[in-house]
Design a protein around this ligand. Structure first.
Ligand SMILES: [Zn+2]
Length: 250
């Protein structure tokens, strides 16, 4: 059986079996196999990979692995400029839009809170998620790396964190979104855009205290939910400040 040397870098190691992390290892392969198929068979979805070097040269996903190849697999680079090399992923989507798997309900609310177009339902099937991501050109966020191995998915990201606030930070960093946060532009419940509304037009739907204290209101263009800058708003503002500081939440 033919064999190739593999080394995965940085956070890609999280997706590998323990004995293959942070080391160069030999892996056998059948006669004709692409570097993409081999990488995914080892556990790393193509959406997580930004650069593959074979014997020091960058290759694309269709490269056919040869006996004795030395293969280095890199994740998305935050700071290193690799433009002279071949980037594997398609061009970044101009406007970041998301579709989330059923485990990411809290994350979906956070992303909407930050103004990002985020589809989420607690009953989406895997098939459906992959299709929506492809048809609507949405970035698929999921806790399941297997979902990202579907070839129809071109833009996706495996959410490694389990804490929702850490998840938001992970997404903001991965897609470099700190500069485009637009808080309180979207309905947390249904994702539609909010618009200003006159107090007199929503008066009968406000709790008594709210009527007295607040004068500025927004309404969801889709589900009609009314928003104002109450306690909840201030808590969210504090969270946004923390997220913007780009430091670990602790
Ligand atoms: Zn709504």
């Amino acid at each position: 059986m033919k064999q190739a040397h593999f080394r995965f870098y940085a956070e890609l190691n999280d997706l590998l079996p323990a004995d293959k992390r942070q080391v160069t290892f030999m892996h056998p392969f059948p006669n004709r196999v692409s570097v993409k198929d081999m990488t995914e068979a080892l556990g790393v979805p193509h959406t997580e990979v930004d650069l593959i070097l074979v014997n020091g040269e960058s290759v694309d996903f269709s490269y056919r692995v040869q006996d004795g190849d030395r293969i280095s697999v890199y994740p998305v680079f935050e700071s290193i400029d690799i433009t002279p090399l071949v980037r594997l992923r398609p061009q970044p989507l101009r406007e970041p839009r998301f579709v989330l798997d059923t485990h990411l309900g809290r994350l979906s609310r956070y992303l909407r809170m930050l103004g990002f177009d985020t589809l989420y339902r607690n009953d989406y099937a895997d098939e459906e998620l992959a299709q929506i991501s492809s048809d609507e050109r949405r970035i698929l966020l999921t806790r399941d790396p297997g979902l990202l191995k579907r070839s129809v998915v071109t833009h996706g990201h495996w959410i490694r964190e389990s804490d929702p606030q850490r998840q938001v930070r992970q997404v903001l960093q991965r897609f470099d979104l700190f500069g485009v946060i637009a808080p309180f532009a979207r309905c947390l419940r249904c994702n539609a855009l909010l618009q200003p509304v006159r107090k007199q037009d929503v008066l009968d739907r406000l709790p008594p205290m709210t009527k007295e204290v607040y004068d500025e209101f927004h309404i969801c263009s889709e589900c009609g939910r009314v928003y104002w800058k109450g306690t909840h708003y201030r808590r969210m503002q504090q969270l946004i400040e923390r997220l913007r500081q780009r430091e670990p939440t602790g």
